[in-house]
Design a protein around this ligand. Structure first.
Ligand SMILES: O=C[C@H](O)COP(=O)(O)O
Length: 231
């Protein structure tokens, strides 16, 4: 069944994670996300109140990125960043895992970070755990997906967009290792050349629920044009 423009837009999280962004850049980004009526608008946590102000009264979620992009701040810092973001109006929280500790086999820390994220978001925001799949083996991706799903994370997310691109094989491994029906899949870190047809393939053929990209509004406009005028 063909997605309406509104349905297509709700498959996108629009993100702006540039060090150079000014407040004006963030406001324009949030306004574009609101206009496109995407699922969520993400920035680094400092900008959460600005995004919350711009999105007030809309059904675009206020997204905040925790320990972004490297994931190796202390667990206490991560939890404090989540709590502050929620107080400032965040309704979607994407946290980067401490990938090095996970690769070292420190599952106790991984589970503590996962549980801490889920507990803090419960009833207040949706939770997403960012993997950075380009640094993980297939077995590690499968195992981490299961740990996330078992912990009740709402979304497992491939990448930050600051390192490598996720591959089709890695996306499939995540999709196939989700153990809990409430956990969904978010693909991010797609190349700048990512196209609207590629997004439809991810959504319709690969079981992807959300795509995170700075180009979300542009893709929504392209999809509207495609429905109206064809290719
Ligand atoms: O959370 C990560 C973002 O969705 C990445 O978007 P980007 O690759 O366009 O910077």
């Amino acid at each position: 069944m063909t997605l309406t423009v509104a349905e297509y837009a709700k498959h996108f999280d629009m993100a702006l994670h540039l060090q150079s962004s000014t407040e004006q850049d963030i406001r324009e980004h949030a306004r574009a996300a609101r206009e496109a009526n995407v699922a969520a608008c993400y920035t680094n946590s400092y900008w959460t109140p600005v995004v919350a102000e711009e999105l007030a009264g809309s059904d675009v979620r206020v997204g905040t990125a925790i320990s972004f992009p490297y994931g190796c701040t202390s667990t206490a810092m991560k939890f404090a960043e989540i709590e502050e973001g929620l107080e400032l109006g965040a309704t979607a929280v994407d946290m980067v895992l401490n990938i090095g500790e996970f690769r070292d086999g420190n599952d106790a820390l991984t589970v503590r970070e996962l549980d801490g994220l889920v507990e803090r978001c419960e009833g207040r925001a949706i939770s997403k755990l960012i993997f950075e799949v380009c640094y993980l083996t297939d077995e590690e991706i499968a195992r981490l997906t299961r740990l996330c799903s078992d912990a009740g994370i709402d979304y497992v997310k491939t990448s930050t967009g600051s390192q490598g691109f996720p591959t089709e094989a890695q996306v499939k491994i995540m999709r196939d290792n989700i153990t809990n029906p409430t956990t969904k899949l978010k693909v991010s870190g797609v190349p700048r050349t990512f196209t609207m047809p590629a997004s439809l393939w991810l959504i319709e053929k690969m079981g992807v629920s959300l795509i995170g990209t700075r180009s979300a509004a542009k893709l929504v406009a392209q999809y509207a044009d495609y429905l109206e005028n064809g290719i």
